[in-house]
Design a protein around this ligand. Structure first.
Ligand code: SF4
Ligand code: SF4
Length: 400
């Protein structure tokens, strides 16, 4: 693709990167075939190729309107288009940069600003979210039906973190919403790692990974979170931890992108690269370990929803499937396994119509083979699927 970026964009530290990504697109349109929003809405501008055109227009100084913002807002950031693209276009990165610019140029309504402000003030802060969630749990019966479905019932549990002392050590990311929505996942992972003679370390002052702010184009907040985390984790990196492990693929993909995001910051670029390289999904770590036998009977039918953040973002395919099959589970083939479930961070709240359509399609595919259980690898997808499924939905780690 030919480009003619404005002098201002050319002078930006990421100007050359923007140019390179735009030029790598050859307009073939293959990506549209796997784009969920294009398939639902049928509008070229709601597909990756059209959005790339809109971003090109933006970076070349063309007209940027509320329509531009709407088409970009409707993108799930599922990155299925990246998996399909034969030219390796880094769509997600371009979209991230572009969303920041559009946010600066196109004002939002007071209502939209208010909603975003609330989301950015609560969701990335573990304790604020915990308080809100526990209130929501108590008042669940008062909530309208559509909202009630989104508030999972979580039973009380012990959150006492065991202390281990093995030579092999990893950092286990906690996440912001996972400790409230699915509090047992990390405890189960910690117990499993202990059996494998690996110490899972928990960082007391770990902040949000920054994904939510990044998706809402609050880039300054996102960068602050990233820097805070790098500062918190760095002493452990220097001390020789083996890996930084994520049990929520939405956080994992973000941390794996730290290197790319911080590449123009002289103080953090190198550290961010090291941290990104050390980061892995729990499935990547467990794939090479000798796991204890599962306590469930052999042959239980399982439908696995591989989150977009794992399969398209982190490009991890077949790790969870392989582990579960080794454990004796019968994995069902899922039609449209590459498609997003519509959760996508806060997308289900901001674009409920598209999100509900995707959810209905996904539930239909997952339940088609009549599984005993549906499993996934990201707390956001898990909660979203739970809101519509007639089959129990859980994190795949629960099956080990
Ligand atoms: S992003 Fe990739 S698949 Fe889509 S139009 Fe461009 S080159 Fe083709
Ligand atoms: S990230 Fe997903 S929704 Fe967005 S353009 Fe790519 S395929 Fe479509």
């Amino acid at each position: 693709m030919q480009t003619k970026l404005t002098p201002l964009i050319q002078k930006r530290p990421d100007g050359a990167e923007i140019d390179r990504i735009l030029r790598s697109c050859v307009h073939c349109g293959f990506c549209n075939a796997t784009c969920p929003t294009y398939n639902i809405l049928g509008d070229e501008l709601d597909g990756p190729r059209g959005r790339i055109y809109l971003l090109k227009q933006l970076f070349e100084g063309g007209r940027v309107t509320q329509a531009t913002q709407l088409h970009l807002d409707r993108c799930l950031t599922c990155r299925a288009c990246e998996t399909t693209c034969p030219s390796g276009v880094q769509y997600g990165r371009l979209l991230d940069i572009g969303r920041g610019e559009v946010e600066r140029l196109v004002p939002r309504s007071m209502r939209a600003k208010g909603v975003r402000f609330l989301m950015l003030s609560i969701l990335p802060y573990r304790w604020r979210f915990k308080v809100l969630f526990s209130m929501a749990q108590r008042l669940r019966f008062l909530a309208p039906r559509f909202l009630r479905k989104k508030i999972p019932v979580v039973s009380s549990h012990s959150d006492r973190w065991p202390t281990f002392k093995h030579k092999r050590q990893v950092l286990l990311l906690e996440g912001c919403v996972q400790p409230s929505l699915a509090p047992t996942i990390n405890l189960k992972v910690a117990t499993l790692l202990d059996k494998l003679a690996i110490t899972p370390l928990k960082i007391k002052h770990e902040g949000c990974c920054g994904a939510l702010s990044q998706h809402l184009a609050a880039h300054r907040q996102s960068t602050d979170f990233i820097k805070h985390n790098i500062d918190q984790w760095w002493p452990y990196v220097e001390a020789g931890i083996e890996a930084i492990v994520s049990t929520a693929s939405g956080c994992g993909v973000m941390v794996k992108d730290y290197g790319e995001m911080m590449q123009y910051d002289v103080n953090y670029a190198e550290k961010a690269r090291r941290i990104a390289a050390l980061t892995c999904d729990i499935s990547e770590l467990l794939l090479t370990e000798q796991l204890p036998r599962s306590r469930y009977e052999k042959g239980v039918t399982v439908a696995f929803h591989n989150p977009c953040t794992l399969q398209h973002g982190q490009k991890v395919v077949n790790a969870v499937e392989t582990i579960l099959q080794r454990q004796g589970y019968q994995l069902l083939a899922i039609e449209g396994a590459q498609d997003c479930c519509g959760s996508a961070g806060v997308y289900s709240f901001l674009q409920p119509d598209i999100s509900e359509r995707l959810l209905a399609d996904k539930i239909f595919s997952l339940e088609q083979g009549k599984p005993a259980v549906i499993v996934t690898a990201n707390v956001g997808c898990q909660t979203h699927l739970q809101s519509a499924s007639t089959v129990p939905v859980t994190h795949w780690i629960d099956l080990l």
